[in-house]
Design a protein around this ligand. Structure first.
Ligand code: MG
Length: 395
């Protein structure tokens, strides 16, 4: 059993104006939410404790960004980092191993969490470190250069820092008794006489302390959003075709359009809704429309395809996605789509759970060619771009 303690109790001014830096958005998501999510997602971590300046404020800002199944304990921090860590540690319920993480290190990975936890369980204390890459200069108190040190003899400490609970408790008690304030938890453990093992850290496991760090972090966050790791963007394509039968109603995107012929079909034959639904389902990696609502199911005879699309939209949102945009083309010799375009966009955007400006609909004629040109049928294409909600990787 492992507890994660995220220490984010500072009200620092170093990162510039605005709310405390741990809540500043990074690619639209609060920094601290980035830092917490990998711990909540880790199968190793059984308790997550957030040490913050004001739990009510933190909850209000963060709750929407944490998965609903995440059980997080909110603790009010202390005057110093060390006091905050002690308060977090006191809130640990059952775990025998604790991971202490800087709340402003948003790019910690599940792999690093696991390696630190494994090494700390084996050795009692373990931290991630990275080599010093730049040449290391010594300075005097005024910052004047005094010479060069061998960078091979130094390493940069990161978090999460992992400890058996009693090892950290003893180190914190000793430091407190001696009035000593360390730079990180590992320093206190070293002083208590317990050796600290190393695991390989990651240069991407940045600590965000200044406005410049935010710019770099924003770029990394956008790359991660685009790149995946369980989240990211998903694209899907949908297609539908129906023969036209005289006297059948023509319903497109839920809008009834006066026309002498309409699509034959089991349902209302709404090609735009069918193509849209398949694009969404394809992007979300779900079974297609025919699979979800089979032709031979009498329950769907005469069903409103716009209703089916709403149900698909809901299903896709429950799978952890939101619609970035959708674009549709109706290929039909007639009628003209333009007069109905806005009504169709409104219907579709309501079903997809997005704003109207994210839905494009256009008509294309068959120019006399093929089944479309001969007015024997109509076809529709749709593409959908989905964004994985922040917690999608936790489902
Ligand atoms: Mg169809």
């Amino acid at each position: 059993m492992t507890a994660a303690i995220l220490v984010a109790a500072g009200r620092g001014k170093r990162a510039g104006p605005g709310p405390p830096k741990q809540y500043r958005p990074l690619a639209g998501v609060p920094l601290l939410a980035w830092s917490v999510r990998p711990f909540v997602a880790s199968p190793l971590v059984s308790e997550t404790i957030l040490v913050v300046p004001d739990p009510a404020e933190a909850r209000r800002i963060l709750e929407a960004w944490l998965p609903s199944r995440a059980s997080v304990r909110w603790v009010t921090g202390g005057e110093t980092r060390q006091a905050s860590t002690s308060l977090g540690l006191a809130a640990v319920a059952e775990a025998g191993l604790v991971l202490v993480h800087d709340g402003v290190r948003p790019f910690v990975t599940p792999d690093l969490i696991e390696r630190v936890a494994r090494e700390a369980a084996a050795k009692g204390a373990a931290i991630p470190v990275i080599p010093v890459r730049e040449t290391l200069k010594r300075t005097d108190e005024r910052g004047e250069l005094q010479g060069t040190s061998d960078r091979e003899r130094f390493a940069l400490a990161q978090t999460p820092q992992g400890f058996r609970k009693e090892v950290l408790e003893r180190a914190l008690a000793l430091a407190s008794a001696q009035g000593f304030h360390g730079s990180d938890e590992a320093e206190l453990v070293e002083r208590s006489g317990h050796p600290v093992a190393r695991v390989e850290g990651s240069p991407a496991n940045l600590k965000i302390t200044s406005g410049d760090d935010f710019e770099l972090a924003e770029a990394i966050a956008n790359l991660r959003n685009a790149g995946g790791e369980g989240g990211g963007m998903r694209v899907g394509i949908g297609y539908d075709v129906h023969p036209l039968v005289p006297g059948r109603p023509l319903i497109l995107g839920g809008v009834r359009i006066p026309h002498p012929a309409g699509p034959a079909g089991h349902s209302d034959g709404d090609l735009l809704c069918h193509a849209a639904a398949d694009a969404l389902l394809g992007a979300a990696g779900l079974p297609d429309l025919g699979h979800l609502f089979p032709d031979n199911d009498e329950g769907f005879r005469g069903a409103s395809s716009l209703d089916l699309l709403s149900r698909v939209g809901e299903r896709v949102r429950k799978a952890g996605f939101s619609v970035a945009n959708m674009d549709l083309v109706l290929i039909a010799e007639e009628p003209k789509l333009a007069p109905h375009r806005e009504a169709i966009r409104q219907n579709l955007s309501r079903a997809l759970g997005c704003s109207t400006d994210r839905v494009g609909v256009k008509g294309k004629r068959g120019e006399g060619l093929g089944f479309v040109g001969r007015k024997e049928g109509m076809a529709a294409h749709a593409v959908a771009l989905l964004l994985a909600a922040p917690e999608a990787d936790l489902r």
